[in-house]
Design a protein around this ligand. Sequence first.
Ligand SMILES: C[S@@+](CC[C@H](N)C(=O)[O-])C[C@H]1O[C@@H](n2cnc3c(N)ncnc32)[C@H](O)[C@@H]1O
Length: 485
Amino acid sequence: MSTSKGAPFRYIDLFAGIGGFAAALEAFGGECVYSVEIDEAAAKVYERNWGHSPFGDITKDANDGVMNVPPHDLLAAGFPCQPFSKSGAQRGMEETRGTLFWNILKIIEAHHPTVVLLENVRNLAGPRHKHEWDLIIQTLRDEGYRVSQTPTVFSPHLLPLERGGRPQVRERVFITATYDPDGILDGVEALPALSNVTQRGTEEWDLLHDLPVDLTDDVPGTELSSAEISWIEAWNDFVTTMWAEVRKGQTDDKPPTLPGFPIWADHWVKSEDLALWMVGGRSPYRAVDVPDTWDEVPRWKKTFLLKNAEFYTRYKAQLDQWASRHDLASFPASRRKLEWQAQQTATLWDCVLQLRPSGIRAKRPTHLPALVAITQTSIIGPLRRRLSTREAARLQGFPDNFDFGPQPAPATYKQLGNGVNIGAVWNVLRAHAERDAEALRTSEPGRALLKALVADAPKTPDERLDAVVARGRARFSEAQLPLAV
Ligand SMILES: C[S@@+](CC[C@H](N)C(=O)[O-])C[C@H]1O[C@@H](n2cnc3c(N)ncnc32)[C@H](O)[C@@H]1O
């Protein structure tokens, strides 16, 4: 890949996906000198928008015998998390051999980019991956990097909209490091996590307005099936019926609430029948997921069975009537369950919904849970349809001129679910440059990075994203034109 003069820094984009890092780094003015992505569909979308095609497999390009990655100033990688070897015979970098992090280390060893930016799922900083976490920090320090032992966990919903925030809870771990071989012994253990990443106040998001959601139910590919509508209608009837009931029964000034525990229509039995079963009587349950005896029921489930029985006993007449109004027997078992997490919301159709294996989950239409690669796409209740691919792209910070080409929608949802949020990257990187300003000032590339990431950068990538995607798409179109003869 050729490099142009004038870009303030050169970056490489490892495990590039569709280019969440590329978007932020291009918006900072960076120039990509190498990218790699093994998934062909994602690589095609990347090429279509950034104008160059990622190489296929990092293990072929960066290993013991080969280093095809060129020099660069910033390395970005949202790498797949894999366990490291714990064998006592190996130490440090050797323990990571066989993982993709080892290939990243080979690149770092060869080029020592000024800034390293790694992103991963939150679990990487959790107790189960302590060995991996400690080793990542240790090997980066062994290579001469200033890096904090304390993880920076960040999510786009924590950022104000005008700083590139989005109404999505997507907690990710960021590891940011500055090459500083001379300063490395100087208090690096005490280096704080990034604390100056801009934070939003307590003001709530408004999904429809802030994303924004396109205020129409007519978006091809987002329709609900007639079965889905009948499940939601049934539970909507439940919600409105129960609101009327709990209000009637209200005895104090506290606002009435709907049950917050999982509501399982298959497990509605009278408390007295449950009590008899608990002491060895006949089981009142017909559902296959309840064992023969009370003792065999796992503890967490006991609590929910007891609560559902109490609830049913109290509202038996209303619940029996509700059940008689709907053909519950025709619903899959998971659609006979409701997880109400929407507090005072008046109806189910006013919520955002997820059709999960554990039941229909209802939340207030403030922000969405993290987009993930394999899941049912959220339903925007007020619009009676699913989140569109365009809206999912907005949730990750992509501008509307980002082009997914002719691929099927599930591929787009998957790639977005795998990706990094652009506003989160932008703000984490900026905060990193501010924290490490002193170390960055000690080298020419460091000074250029500092200027691009802080002094010359607008407060939000959104100011520049339309233009950088337009530029990338123009590069792609030019490359498609037949050469003039
Ligand atoms: C968590 S995703 C990163 C997505 C990216 N940061 C984005 O914003 O779209 C990890 C990516 O690594 C890619 N990958 C896995 N093994 C790879 C390999 N050996 N070489 C190159 N890419 C690989 C996967 O296909 C996947 O797209």
